[in-house]
Design a binder for this molecule. Structure first.
Ligand code: NAD
Length: 325
């Protein structure tokens, strides 16, 4: 997908929000590697240990083409560079389970309000492209699989509602003010540096420390797992392809398997026993996700490169070497 970038797509000035997070840090590394200049912004929220986020970008901080703004997006709009070509809006309060109850206030601020403020900023500063990190959680439990971009959207969690609201804001700003937005609906992303609250991270950590891991539900639920590098490549295509403007795309890795099957792959890969405890189904978690990626394939050239066995192997190796260090 990178090779679509011609001479016009070199030396771009990029803004990455949520730059120190799991996906944001991989994206920054790829943009710098491709010769672009990047300003990252991250407020290092305490949803999980900020030390992990500093670690994600430790190697990038010395890069001459990278500047980091350590601040809250809503507070720091005035300090963002004005001449930006590509915006990649990754910052959000993630997590389905934590989004119920009182905490929803955080989700409305970080996911909805922050996106609206950044869109206003984009309206004034006119970047060439504004790529928004949306989510499969906008679908909820659908009547048929795979999920298609034009299906009815019925999120099951407050988190999903907040991601959908922000996606709708992107479409609204495109239609009313020609802000060149693209929304990418990520399906469960994994790989080195995955957030510590996410399933693969929790599973591998438990296996490496010979602890017990918890599965919410029977383990028969299936997910379309997507390797982080494939998500990053699609972001670059969404920024550079003219036909992507105003569009919404599913990004799923095509590796739809059950959580129990994931455990059996992990047992084989690590050669260690897997101690499992089955907990209650979590409210807000859909039973199955599976992306129809025809549109992304046709318009973005999206073609996931990493299958689940290989991706899990890379993730295990990375977590093992981080643990040894
Ligand atoms: N990881 C997945 O499987 C997945 C799936 C679907 C969608 N997404 C979306 O992808 C994006 C990145 O997810 P992630 O897994 O890397 O999460 P993450 O929590 O690792 O990264 C998000 C980063 O945003 C920062 N942040 C939050 N609010 C901010 C604010 N107001 N100002 C500045 N920084 C702020 C956080 O400190 C964090 O470092 C999010 O928008 C998320 O909703 C992720």
């Amino acid at each position: 997908m990178h090779n679509v970038a011609d001479h016009q797509n070199k030396n771009k000035i990029c803004l990455v929000t949520g730059a120190a997070g799991f996906i944001g840090s991989h994206l920054v590394r790829c943009l710098l590697g491709a010769g672009h200049r990047v300003t990252g912004i991250d407020s290092f929220t305490d949803y999980y240990d900020p030390k992990i986020k500093w670690n994600n970008i430790a190697d990038l901080l010395q890069h001459p083409q990278f500047d980091l703004i350590e601040d809250d997006l809503i507070e720091a709009l005035e300090s963002l560079p004005q001449a930006v070509n590509w915006v990649f809006h990754q910052a959000a309060q993630a997590g389905v389970r934590a989004s119920w109850g009182k905490e929803f206030e955080i989700y409305t601020r970080q996911n909805i309000l922050a996106t609206q403020r950044l869109l206003e900023w984009a309206r004034m500063n006119k970047p060439e492209r504004f790529v928004y990190a949306s989510s499969s959680s906008v679908y909820g439990d659908v009547e048929k699989l795979p999920m298609h971009e034009d299906d009815a959207l019925k999120p099951l969690s407050p988190y999903g509602v907040s991601k959908l609201a922000a996606e709708n804001l992107c479409t609204l700003y495109y239609k009313n003010f020609a802000v060149p937005t693209v929304s990418l609906r990520y399906f469960t992303v994994y790989g080195p540096g995955q957030r510590p609250d996410m399933a693969f991270s929790r599973f591998i950590r438990a296996i490496l420390t010979e602890g017990e891991l918890v599965i919410y539900g029977s383990g028969d639920q299936t997910r379309d797992f997507t390797y982080v590098n494939d998500i990053v490549s699609a972001n670059l295509a969404a920024a550079s392809r003219p036909q992507a403007v105003g569009r919404v795309y599913n990004l799923g890795g095509g590796s739809r398997i059950s959580v129990n099957e994931v455990l059996s792959i992990l047992a084989d890969l690590t050669g260690r026993p897997v101690k499992v405890k089955y907990g209650d189904v979590q409210e807000g978690d859909p039973l199955h996700t599976f992306a129809d990626t025809t549109r992304a394939k046709d318009e973005l050239g999206f073609c996931p490169q990493i299958e689940i066995e290989e991706g899990l192997k890379l993730m295990c190796e990375s977590m093992q070497s981080r643990a040894e260090r």
